[in-house]
Design a protein around this ligand. Structure first.
Ligand SMILES: *Cc1c(COP(=O)(O)O)cnc(C)c1O
Length: 413
């Protein structure tokens, strides 16, 4: 037994149970799920957890607000198919994602396409299908007009605004100052006029100021600024926006000390703000776009202990998983200080945490650490390790081919 000092781990999301001493997801034990999938490593996404999350969100948010899924968080096809009847729209960020959404049966008029660097063939694909472009620049708008003229379809274009504010406490700032995203607010009214004059269908504004915020007050302030900016830009353009996408920003607790967003506070404030919008936004449809908030906590990454070793008195559980599937949990996806995600020994879920052990992956790099010096039940070769908060930016945002490892299995239960 190692006497190394334990480091804290993030909070396990409240969507999972214990069954026969094991972690259970959607009523099945971790080992049963792995047997069903056929191998490890395995991502399991729980529809029960997704359902609860969407229900909580709908209950807290004003009815007038559409909920969109930002599918870059998790583009697993069965999950898209499940999600399509439960959210009001899909936000895609590439032609590849657009194809996945259309293949999943999402109606084109419920899809918007954001992202800098859209290629002509991606614009063509979106315009031909009647998908709304969240336009990132004047140049992109001109290319869209030309493609629309060539194929005989009026492009649907919303203007993505680079706001002059950002989301305080946000994990990833996407607005404020010089940015590759969106059009600087000062130039937006002229672009709206140009879109209308070119005979395209102007759909409104897309204003995204940041992501992964847990502080309700920061989100409320950002939404108020976003509404004020939308009204100001609409006045300057002399046109009422059919739609305003207020962005996202709602985060999830990953690390020790993180607390969930106070959803009632955010929803209450947004309800009040939407019932008191300036006249020019009276008939506007509003939505928010969320990725990790919808799917992050519904996913669990399961990997198997293939070796157990001790080095200088520290215990290591060497698994068949790693950062090639869970880059974010290893601390290498936009985090400044490495901290532990929530972690458990899935096959000893009801046992007391009695030993400090580090969970590492199978890659030959010191970066490949899934959990550092966490206090866990003593585990042996063959045990399953669970890394939680794996539903967003796991499989799709990790370098699966690094060291020739290949992708993990994925499963929706
Ligand atoms: C990435 C992204 C999102 C989703 O962010 P989450 O933190 O996963 O909610 C939403 N909108 C835009 C424009 C994005 O780039």
């Amino acid at each position: 037994m190692s006497d190394a000092k334990a480091k804290p781990t993030g909070p396990i999301p409240p969507y999972f149970q214990t069954l026969d001493g094991e972690l259970a997801i959607g009523g099945k034990t971790a080992s049963a799920l792995v047997a069903e999938a056929g191998d490890t490593p395995l991502f399991v996404y729980s529809t029960a957890a997704l359902d609860r999350r969407i229900g909580e969100l709908r209950a807290a948010m004003p009815n007038r607000l559409g909920i969109h899924y930002a599918m870059k968080a998790n583009p697993f096809a069965p999950l898209l198919g499940w999600m399509k009847d439960r959210v009001d729209g899909f936000d895609v960020a590439s032609g590849g994602e657009l194809k996945l959404a259309l293949d999943a049966g999402v109606a084109a008029d419920r899809i918007s396409f954001a992202g800098p660097g859209k290629r002509d063939r991606e614009l063509d694909y979106a315009i031909a299908n009647g998908v709304t472009l969240n336009c990132e620049s004047e140049g992109e708008a001109e290319r869209a007009f030309a493609i629309g003229a060539r194929i005989g379809v009026a492009p649907k274009i919303a203007v993505r605004v680079n706001p002059s504010f950002d989301l305080k406490g946000s994990g990833m700032k996407m607005g404020g100052g010089a940015k590759p995203f969106g059009v600087d607010a000062a130039r937006v009214p002229a672009l709206v006029k140009r879109i209308v004059a070119a005979g395209a269908e102007w759909c409104g504004f897309h204003i995204f100021a940041g992501s992964q915020a847990l502080d309700a007050d920061a989100i409320i302030a950002m939404q108020a600024q976003t509404l004020a900016l939308a009204a100001e830009l609409a006045e300057a353009a002399g046109a009422a926006p059919p739609k305003v996408n207020l962005g996202g920003g709602l985060g999830i607790p990953y690390f020790p000390g993180d607390n969930p967003v106070d959803l009632a506070a955010v929803g209450g404030a947004l309800g009040q703000a939407l019932s008191a919008v300036p006249a020019i936004l009276q008939d506007t449809h509003f939505c928010i776009e969320l990725g990790r908030y919808l799917v992050g906590e519904a996913g669990v990454y399961l990997c198997r202990v293939v070796d157990r070793k001790t080095s200088h008195g520290e215990a290591f559980l060497v698994t068949d998983g790693g950062l090639h599937h869970q880059l974010a949990a290893s601390g290498n996806f936009g985090t400044v200080i490495r901290r532990n995600y929530p972690v458990a020994v899935a096959t000893r879920f009801d046992m007391p945490a009695d030993e400090v052990q580090s969970v590492v992956g199978c890659l030959c790099t010191p970066l490949d650490r899934l959990s550092d010096a966490a206090l866990l039940p003593h585990a042996e070769v063959g045990d399953l390790i669970a890394i939680f908060c794996a539903g967003a930016y796991g499989a799709s945002a990790s370098p699966a081919n690094f060291l020739g490892q290949g992708a993990a299995l994925e499963m929706l239960v």
